[in-house]
Design a protein around this ligand. Structure first.
Ligand code: OGA
Ligand code: MN
Length: 290
């Protein structure tokens, strides 16, 4: 079935970013025109919401693959048993699924920053969603850069930070002690990488703050205290309420975000009372290059 891309309708989610799209088919046979309209909308709005209750995980994977190669998540145990490209998030353990559970408090990041070339975009589907809590929050990292005072912009432009899976594992285990430690094999596979603190979007050219405080071990050339203080200050600025859209999930929501222009974080839910199961596909870095 083909849909005329001009039928795509959008409604804003937050004042400076985010849009709900309707009329977008989510499956592998989507037309080239629809796909192009979708990717253009992602670059323009940076966070997209689609309502697709009952979406087949195979269609999520096939649709995602139309945009480019997908990452396989480093947490292999949380891959979907039938679709390794799907990273399962939440607390559900059933049918061969062991969702990745983290009790972390707000932990702002963009996905897979510990990879040499981090992910371009992620697609996140609400299969089982708690009736309260578990919002996913998004911060306008571009607006936050624009709003920094020029002296701070001059101070941080050109700085680089070391991102490391080991730092993230340590952080997670402080909040969720039952999580497994990082294996030596994974440590060797994912050595720390250097990323800019201010990044430029390869398609839109806009600058944004690249802040992943739980993944960054330090800013290069700074001692740990100075580095932590600067990261704290920038993160507090970028995640102030006027830069944040908080998504309340319904079953069947598909939220797609541009990792190169927004930050995001999970929030808490009562995991002793509620079930949560989310399916994530992750577009590899460079998939959406101009
Ligand atoms: C992710 C993520 C947020 C959430 O899966 O990349 O950050 O609300 N999830 O679970
Ligand atoms: Mn994430």
């Amino acid at each position: 079935m083909q849909t005329d891309a001009s039928l795509l309708q959008s409604r804003p989610l937050a004042p400076s970013f985010g849009a709900e799209l309707s009329g977008m088919p989510i499956h592998g046979d989507v037309s080239d025109d629809d796909l192009r309209a979708f990717v253009d909308a992602l670059h323009r709005h940076r966070v997209l919401l689609l309502r697709v209750p009952g979406l087949d995980p195979a269609d999520l994977v096939a649709f995602s693959k139309r945009m480019g190669p997908l990452e396989l998540h480093a947490a292999v145990e949380a891959q979907h048993p039938a679709h390794p490209e799907i990273f399962c998030v939440g607390n559900v353990v059933r049918d061969g699924i062991t969702a990745n559970f983290a009790r972390g408090i707000e932990q702002w990041h963009a996905d897979s920053s510990y990879r040499e070339t981090p992910s371009d975009a992620s697609l996140f589907y609400g299969e089982v969603v708690p009736p309260e809590g578990a919002e996913t929050m998004f911060a306008d990292a571009t607006g936050a850069w624009d709003a920094l005072d020029p002296a701070m912009q001059r101070r941080i432009e050109g700085l680089r930070a070391m991102h490391s899976l080991a730092t993230l594992y340590d952080w997670n285990r402080r909040h969720t002690p039952e999580r497994p430690p990082l294996s030596e094999a994974k440590r060797a596979l994912w050595p720390p990488v250097s990323q800019p603190l201010v990044r430029t979007h390869p398609v839109t050219g806009v600058k944004s703050l690249y802040l992943c405080p739980a993944v960054i071990s330090h800013i290069e050339g700074m001692d740990p205290e100075e580095s932590a203080a600067l990261l704290d200050e920038l993160t507090a600025h970028a995640t102030a309420p006027h830069f944040v859209y908080s998504h309340r999930w319904r079953h069947g929501d598909l939220v797609v975000w541009d990792n190169r222009a927004v930050l995001h974080t999970a929030s808490l839910f009562d995991h002793t009372r509620y079930q949560r199961l989310m399916f994530r596909t992750t577009l590899a870095g460079g998939a959406l290059a101009a």
